[in-house]
Design a protein around this ligand. Sequence first.
Ligand SMILES: [Zn+2]
Length: 300
Amino acid sequence: MATIQDITFLLVGLIAVFTLATLSPASADEGPAIGSSIESVPVFDAHMHYKQPAWLAYPPSTVIELMDKSGVAIALVSSTPDEGTIRLWKFAPNRIVPELRPYHGDAGSSNWTKAPGMAEYLRGRLAEYPHQGIGEFHIHNIDMSDEPLLREVAAMAKAGNIPVHVHSGAQPVHWLYRLEPELTVIWAHAGMTEPAAVVEELMLKYPTLYADTSYRETDIRGADGQIAADWRHVIERFPQRFMVGTDTWVNGQWDNYAGLITLNREWLSRFPRRIAELIAYKNAERLFGRKVTQDLIGKR
Ligand SMILES: [Zn+2]
């Protein structure tokens, strides 16, 4: 027959096993991973585009409905051309943070820095609408003849106290900070192909460097379904610098919008609540001076 001591011993053993099973070792000091409770955390989508080919298939009301269905409260939107962003923002100003993308007419990702009148175009749009960022723009390589324009872009961002959002490798990020050390930079796709260690090195060097993790979800969540050790390291070191995004650059991304948000919630679920909430919406909330609440969902 079992004694009280035997039962106590058994209970202590069970509690120990349960605790070990629910706390992932790397985040034990922050408490357990948030797990399925991430479902009720609102999301700020920090990398949305509303490009012309999406306008018919996904009118503004449909975009907002997609956000509602996935619990996305607010989105940072940049578009080719900027008119897409303005349409969406006018339709739902409380749900959309407009960001000025330089691309329009013949000016696209590979030639925008050479487009005649680009600085005037940007200045004009910034004066006309309340954009809270300049980007997402690409810098494919370091071309010193682009420096005067990039210097102007950096100066516009600094004057407006708004970030630039750049899709590039590490070198252009260094370049932008050299042009304007007080710049705030959102590094699109967390460097796209740069390793986590490089993201960490740059975040350490530049306290105003943020990153959105669009297109990095499956790098962060490694092949075995666990968070990759190098990404866990940088995210736990700088949890206040990461934001999630869907990058709706083609209609296929819109077709899979709910799936993309689910993918983001899935990797966020493996972090403690404090970190998951920072990345899901609190960092963007702070950066753009917007308040994210569940009340926003279902309204404009
Ligand atoms: Zn991009």
